[in-house]
Ligand binder design. Structure first.
Ligand code: IPE
Ligand code: IPE
Ligand code: MG
Ligand code: MG
Length: 340
């Protein structure tokens, strides 16, 4: 579904949007970020570097730290503070993944078995706590209370989002409004923080801070909307996560909300049985995808992601056209068309 979607038809003819430009521009800085990550995951308690190293070595896109790096450079920043902060952002992200995979009972992440499968839930939760705490050490080392406020606020909001999501699970009465609040908290907030701190280290005025925060918020919303489409439509090996996890656990995402709304009584009986009662049998997932296709729910969710993507692009309009702006623009195109 998503591979053929692009921000505009012209680009669609050209090539699949990628993170190549962003990766090339931030390569030197990102190498430093990766060094900090490796240094800071160390501990004499060997289970910590073992478990964290398993997830970190499996890769991941490093999208959020690259956004911090590029946002800072877009703002003309010439120093080194942004690399430690980008590592802190990735640590927060990694910690949430460890916790999220326990809560979601997921068994595949970044193409490898999840830490909860290999080491169990207890170890995953505790090492997630360690990484969260390390992220805060990195922020304190940076010394900016403003940055510390933004990233600590993002951390508490992510946790709120995950709890909010937990209480909407298995509830087919969940509204679009609830869903948007959940994804804004659990995902968009960290993207917004990641980009806003780029403007802060560069000591830029409020207008630019707000523009970059808005950019991050909107690309983050688009990113999670597509993530929720991919959970029904992706090629599992490409995605590196198990397709169908959201359905299996009865997570109420926008494709579900739209299909439920569009469905007749028979459809609603199906959704209630599978998502509320979690009574699922062979063939139900395929049927769910079919019903979503019939309702146009996946396509409508992609369209919604494209709207947020457009808002992200609009937020960049106050910045001069340079290579970092182009890389950020391309990362928006990637977020709405990605297959992994
Ligand atoms: C996964 O984020 C969690 C979501 C917010 C959907 P990413 O897709 O950025 O995960 P990695 O870091 O590349 O593995
Ligand atoms: C990710 O939500 C949000 C956080 C990690 C906080 P998902 O549950 O959709 O992410 P994946 O699909 O497991 O990566
Ligand atoms: Mg999950
Ligand atoms: Mg997901």
């Amino acid at each position: 579904v998503t591979n053929v979607v692009a921000l505009n038809d012209q680009r669609e003819l050209q090539q699949t949007p990628s993170l190549d430009r962003l990766m090339a521009l931030t390569a030197t800085d990102l190498a430093r970020v990766n060094e900090v990550i490796l240094e800071q995951m160390q501990s004499p308690v060997l289970l910590i570097p073992q478990l964290a190293g398993h997830l970190i070595a499996a890769g991941g896109k490093r999208l959020r730290p690259m956004l911090t790096l590029s946002a800072a450079r877009l703002c003309g920043y010439q120093g080194e503070r942004h690399t430690g902060l980008a590592a802190s952002v990735e640590f927060i992200h990694t910690a949430t993944l460890l916790h999220d995979d326990v809560v979601d009972e997921s068994d595949l992440r970044r193409g490898a078995a999840t830490a909860n499968v290999v080491w169990g839930n207890q170890s995953s939760v505790l090492v997630g706590d360690f990484l969260f705490a390390r992220a805060f050490e990195l922020m304190v080392a940076d010394g900016s209370l403003e940055v510390l406020y933004i990233l600590s606020r993002a951390s508490s909001v992510i946790a709120e989002g995950e709890v909010h999501q937990l209480i909407t699970a298995n509830d087919t009465d969940t509204t679009e409004q609830d869903y948007l609040e959940v994804i804004e908290a659990k995902t968009a907030k960290l993207f917004a923080a990641a980009t806003e701190i780029g403007a802060i280290v560069a000591d830029r005025p409020a207008e630019e801070r707000q523009a970059l925060a808005s950019f991050g918020h909107n690309i983050g919303m688009a990113f999670q909307l597509i993530d929720d489409v991919l959970d029904y439509s992706a090629h599992q090996a490409t995605l590196g996560k198990a397709v169908g996890d959201d359905f299996r656990e009865g997570k109420i995402t926008l494709p579900i909300i739209l299909a439920f709304r569009h469905g007749d009584e028979e459809a609603r009986v199906f959704w209630r049985r599978t998502l509320e009662d979690l009574e699922q049998k062979k063939g139900d997932f395929k049927r769910a995808v079919q019903m979503m296709e019939n309702a146009g729910a996946l396509k409508a969710t992609v369209d919604r992601a494209r709207e947020y993507g457009q808002r992200a692009l609009d937020a960049l309009s106050i910045f001069p056209d340079d290579e970092h702006k182009q890389a950020l623009q391309e990362s928006v195109a990637f977020a709405v068309s990605r297959s992994y």
